[in-house]
Design a binder for this molecule. Structure first.
Ligand SMILES: [Zn+2]
Length: 254
């Protein structure tokens, strides 16, 4: 009962994997002399995630490298991709510099609460796990939460609310899911709202009718008891208010 398993035998023959977690944990424990804190294990799990490291490398290269190099804080080590500190500092100042970094991190964490991480996952799942502009999904693309009206355009952290008034720039009504390339394409221009809406549905149906007409198809729209819309054999389920928009579009198209 109390017999201890043979680790080599376990890893080579008995370990069944549904994810990459077990070998990461065993490696971390081994390199830590057989023991590790939960924080260390969690950190190694993050690093072991095949998606996390490439994405962290891209982030590293994009933001901190550009800014810190421009400000003369870091530079590239000669004939290497390593970074080195270029700024001068006294050995005796190191504890104070580290304390100041921790203060800055603490202030940042307070400004952007933890709930953001779970909110991010929820928004992505509500968007069907894909970019709301182009439909691309991971692992082909990275998904980001985008501010429809960018933070840079907010005044006192507030942006105009649809229908009047103001809302916080991080309000969910101002957030959408975009892939990195759609996000880059949009950059700091505000107002590109790619989320599904009645307006988008109406526009998509009108466009479909136009394309069909230009190819000589005579499309018949049948509104079935106010709940669904038949388009030549297609049965699209659309919510009631959207239907009214569609009906108008269809009517004005006819
Ligand atoms: Zn996209």
């Amino acid at each position: 009962m109390d017999e201890r398993v043979d680790l080599l035998d376990f890893v080579q023959n008995k370990m069944t994997m549904t994810n990459y977690y077990q070998p990461v944990v065993i490696k971390t424990l081994l390199t830590g002399g057989g023991r590790a804190t939960r924080e260390d294990l969690a950190r190694e799990l993050l690093l072991g995630d095949p998606d996390t490291l490439p994405s962290a490398l891209r982030t590293l290269q994009r933001w901190p490298w550009i800014t810190l190099r421009k400000r003369g804080v870091v530079e590239r080590a000669p004939s290497s991709s390593d970074w080195v500190l270029r700024a001068k500092f006294a050995e005796s100042d190191i504890p104070a510099i580290i304390a100041a970094c921790d203060t800055a991190l603490h202030a940042w964490a307070k400004r952007f609460p933890r709930k953001q991480a779970s909110q991010r996952i929820r928004l992505i799942s509500e968007a069907g796990g894909c970019c709301q502009a182009c439909g691309a999904r991971p692992p082909k693309v990275e998904l980001d939460i985008d501010h429809i009206i960018p933070r840079a355009r907010a005044k006192n952290d507030c942006v105009p609310k649809p229908g009047g008034g103001l809302m916080h720039v991080d309000d969910e009504r101002n957030l959408q899911v975009l892939c990195a390339s759609c996000n880059r394409g949009k950059r700091d221009q505000g107002g590109f709202d790619f989320r599904p809406s009645e307006e988008h549905l109406a526009r998509a149906i009108a466009l479909t009718l136009d394309i069909a007409a230009s190819h000589g198809y005579d499309i018949d729209l049948v509104f079935n008891r106010g709940r669904s819309l038949h388009v030549t054999g297609l049965n699209l389920h659309v919510p009631e208010p959207a239907l009214r928009v569609d009906a108008t579009t269809a009517a004005s198209d006819a």
